[in-house]
Design a protein around this ligand. Structure first.
Ligand SMILES: Cc1cc2nc3c(=O)[nH]c(=O)nc-3n(C[C@H](O)[C@H](O)[C@H](O)COP(=O)(O)O)c2cc1C
Length: 170
């Protein structure tokens, strides 16, 4: 059953509990393809996607990113790294690729969650663990697996977040 893009967008939720079964090579490839085809400033494509296949590496990264500790109980992770020298909008580029990958994972029936990488010391530790060159910036880690929970977030009303012609005008 194929889903309309808006249905995919609206039904995606951050998933932080996963079943143990692995994500297939075909699924991994599709998720990476979704990232690769994201828009980027001047089509600079400043990203590198580090696929975390090793449980040991996921556990070590989870120890650094304690707000994403569930990464140690996740069958797959992808870290998004960007090169600030290649794009003037490297963070936005990395974020666009991340969202594409979250949506593709969801459309494949997988669950995923964006895990922030912020704070100089945490980022430096993560870069060291993953052999990421000094000049790169880490945007996030994405946890991916077969979902063992359903998310239940809501959103602010459209009328509350949209304006006509001028900010605040409805
Ligand atoms: C920039 C960004 C950083 C996030 N960082 C984390 C994080 O470190 N840990 C986490 O569990 N969720 C993280 N999330 C997921 C958000 O908590 C989640 O998207 C939000 O609560 C809305 O829930 P939903 O994705 O289920 O709709 C992050 C999301 C974004 C966009």
């Amino acid at each position: 059953m194929s889903m309309d893009i808006l249905e995919v967008i609206k039904s995606r939720r951050s998933i932080r509990k996963y079943r143990a079964d692995p994500v297939s090579e075909e699924e991994i490839n599709k998720i990476l393809e979704a990232g690769r085809w994201a828009p980027s400033a001047d089509n600079s494509q400043p990203w590198g996607f580090i696929v975390l296949r090793s449980q040991e590496v996921r556990e070590k990264l989870a120890d650094i990113l304690t707000w994403g500790s569930f990464l140690s109980r996740t069958p797959l992770g992808i870290v998004v790294s960007v090169d600030p020298e290649v794009s003037s909008h490297h963070v936005e580029d990395g974020a666009a690729a991340t969202q594409n990958m979250l949506l593709e994972a969801h459309s494949l029936g997988l669950g995923a969650c964006w895990i922030a990488i912020y704070g100089e010391e945490y980022e430096a530790s993560a870069k060291k663990l993953l052999n990421v060159p000094e000049k790169e910036r880490l945007v996030c880690a994405i946890a991916i697996g077969h979902p063992a929970e359903t998310g239940r977030t809501t959103r602010r009303e459209l009328g509350e977040v949209s304006f006509i012609d001028r900010y605040g005008s409805r």
